[in-house]
Design a binder for this molecule. Structure first.
Ligand SMILES: [Zn+2]
Length: 474
């Protein structure tokens, strides 16, 4: 089985059963709904065979105070301890998402010239004062919370470009250097913590590591336990090089799902239905065959039945990489729906296979970059896309509504990745899937199947809405 079967938060409320509509992404709220969702989600993950939760946003999303310690109020501390306790009680380990020189230092950088280079978000990597602050953050987190490891995130908010920092040979050299500094400090001061790095920000979306860069990544691999080539818009390690690369790679290597839905923070949980168990199986099977023994699979609200089934099928495969997806789908249907007959089992399996196939037959993976703002997802400017090959940057990570904003957003996935013809095709096939769902509900009524039916009805309504808006705005 895979050694590191990690569920990736990735923010604390991404798997929340109720939406947060009145707050911009990413919300770090911890309220009764956060905790009850987490309780259900962790119990499900344990049952599905995962062994870690990797999560951001426990303490802060943007701002450490200068003394670090006073960043977290006594009340927040208790809430964070409650979160960690829920994860541990359900038999999983907690990997704490830690910004390395960036994520959380905006205030300190604004106030303290000693750590300030050229970036408002990332501390200067040539500043001894910045090193000291980073060590204090690590100590505070380890002294205050019973976490089991760190996800070191150095690269996805850019870097300092001051004269001293420009002496680093390359960006990768720079990010590796600060990751290694922090990793060595943790190893020495807090031994036994799992250390994970993922590739977020290491290259522009759509690019691949060169041979020289792969050698640098292998060096970093000596200092950590897990390296994840996350693949938000395509992997950075070319699959053609991967099996050979992994033969001598010193850490556990993994990927995310290959394709996944980034949970829409402000949406009703039954508004989409895109199971992707077959797609993920292909990704994970290739990873396993190449020697990958880790993965970091994105979480979603599990009261969405498509997300729930996909998470379970993936978990079954991670625990038995000789199993196939056909067999795992039926096992998952038995576990979740307890069908009373073979016909009902096959009907339900066909709903999930049918909905996935309908989506992938109708979308276009390349973004429509000509689209008016109102119909797009708002992430175009948040990421750095490959200058030479922007067309190679494909999800990976799939946004359903605009990432930022307040209130439930327009279903931009149906315009950014579907043309009129694609929507017509998707509608036709999803209507067939809905007919099957209605048959399944009639044969053996249950609450979960009714949720499937509601999801399908909502998707069909959104396809109509997308058609309408696309006509008005183009
Ligand atoms: Zn600098």
């Amino acid at each position: 089985m895979f050694d590191y079967r990690i569920a990736y938060g990735c923010w604390l409320n991404d798997s929340r059963e109720k939406p947060i509509v009145d707050e911009d992404w990413p919300s770090i709220r911890i309220d009764a709904d956060t905790l009850s969702s987490l309780e259900n989600t962790m119990a499900f993950l344990k049952m599905a065979g995962y062994n870690y939760l990797d999560v951001f946003g426990l303490i802060t999303n943007h701002s450490w105070e200068d003394d670090i310690v006073s960043t977290v109020s006594a009340e927040r501390r208790e809430k964070v301890r409650a979160v960690i306790d829920i994860v541990h009680r359900n038999g999983l380990k907690v990997i704490y998402g830690l910004g390395v020189y960036s994520w959380g230092f905006d205030g300190i950088i604004a106030r303290n010239a000693e750590v300030r280079g050229t970036s408002a978000q990332a501390m200067c990597a040539s500043s001894p004062a910045a090193d000291e602050i980073m060590r204090r953050v690590v100590d505070f987190v380890c002294e205050t919370f019973a976490i089991d490891g760190f996800h070191l995130e150095a690269a996805d908010q850019g870097r300092c470009e001051c004269e001293k920092c420009r002496a680093f040979e390359s960006d990768i050299d720079y990010y590796n250097s600060i990751n290694v500094r922090v990793a060595r400090y943790i190893r020495e001061r807090w031994p036994g913590k799992t250390l994970l790095v993922n590739t977020s920000g290491y290259l522009s979306w759509g690019d691949r590591f060169s041979e020289r860069q792969l050698a640098q990544i292998a060096e970093l691999g000596r200092e950590i336990d897990v390296f994840i080539d996350v693949g938000s818009h395509g992997p950075f390690v070319d699959e053609r090089d991967r099996a050979a690369f992994l033969k001598t790679f010193p850490a556990a290597f993994g990927e995310s799902n290959g394709f996944w839905i980034y949970p829409p923070q402000r949406w009703d949980r039954l508004r989409w239905f895109i199971p992707h168990h077959n797609q993920n199986f292909q990704t994970l099977k290739r990873l396993w065959n190449d020697g990958g023994r880790a993965c970091e699979l994105y979480l979603s609200p599990l009261n969405n039945p498509g997300a729930e089934l996909t998470t379970l099928c993936n978990g079954l495969f991670l625990n038995d990489p000789t199993s196939d997806v056909r067999q795992n789908l039926r096992r998952a249907v038995d576990m979740l729906y307890a069908p009373e007959s073979d016909a009902q089992r096959e009907r339900i399996a066909a709903i999930f296979d049918g909905a996935e196939a309908a989506f992938f037959a109708a979308w276009h993976p390349q973004r429509d970059r000509e689209l008016p703002q109102e119909l797009s997802d708002g992430v175009e400017h948040a990421f750095v896309w490959s200058r030479e090959h922007p067309e190679k940057a494909v999800p990976g990570e799939f946004f359903l509504e605009r990432l930022y904003g307040l209130g439930p957003g327009f279903p931009c996935y149906l315009t950014l990745h579907f043309d009129a013809e694609g929507r017509a095709k998707y509608r036709k096939r999803m209507r067939d899937v809905l007919a099957l769902a209605r048959e399944a509900v009639a044969a053996q009524p249950c609450e979960r199947l009714r949720r499937v039916q509601t999801c399908l009805e909502n998707v069909l309504a959104d396809i109509d809405l997308a058609d309408q808006q696309a006509r008005v705005l183009s």
